[in-house]
Design a protein around this ligand. Sequence first.
Ligand code: OGA
Ligand code: MN
Length: 297
Amino acid sequence: MAISVRPIDPVARPDFAGEVSGIDLSKTLSEEEVAAIHDGMTRFGVLVFHDQILTDEQQVAFSRQLGPLEDAISDLRPQRRISMDLNDISNLDEKSKIMARDDRRRLFGLGNLLWHSDSSFKKVPAKYSLLSARVIPPSGGNTEFADMRAAYDTLDEATKRQVHDLICEHSQMYSRSLLGFTEFTDEEKRLCTPVQQRLVRRHPVTGRLSLYLASHAGTIVGWPVPEARAFLMDLVEHATQRKFVYTHVWRQHDLVIWDNRVTMHRARRYDSTQVRDMRRTTVTNEVSSLEQAPPPL
Ligand code: OGA
Ligand code: MN
């Protein structure tokens, strides 16, 4: 069966969030299939694949076909349940037991409930994230995606001019402090040194501009912090209006890929006494967003 991609909601969002069929991600992909996935990502920003029963090794192998992976560091899990090639997005500890409510790793992971773009706190951030649903809770735990191209396009002209050349500083300490998670070891603080990212970036293939926001963005270079944060909050509010958002309701064995350059996402709450086992591989952007500047105004 040949690969095909169709918009999930052709009326409300013809170019945001697509569903892919006719492909088995556990097998080595053909060049045509790899190209079709990249093309689908370029158009839709988010792609959903159903019924993909994958081992970790298969997920890693398939992800590598889309580009070089980043290491799964900085999730405060020195003792790993799964390999370093995957981020453990579950609520399970290294013994596969549900973490206690006050487990520090769980509380750190709750940062995923805030709107963000993966690894924007790394100098070289993420390009694609690939999240595989191995076990899902009986209810809740959806993931929402916001279209940051549409968010940029619908800014008024004055705001477009204002954001055009701004540089933000991103750190996981900012996003965690929003939730009152403020105690970090010296080593964690060192790992959380803020990095700079452009607020407006240009897609290298389509040339489309998008807002590059995340709850990790704690300030704007050259701005007083309270003014920067208030402005960033305004932009996030604009960017996450319901009309720009696709909500993914997970089925077991779904695999969803999103492009962190053109989307923000957040997890939604679920009953933390139920298992939610999600595993993420991440294709690196290879360069900083500082190298994806919009053309001069
Ligand atoms: C992630 C993430 C959201 C979720 O894997 O990067 O933010 O719903 N996940 O688990
Ligand atoms: Mn994420």
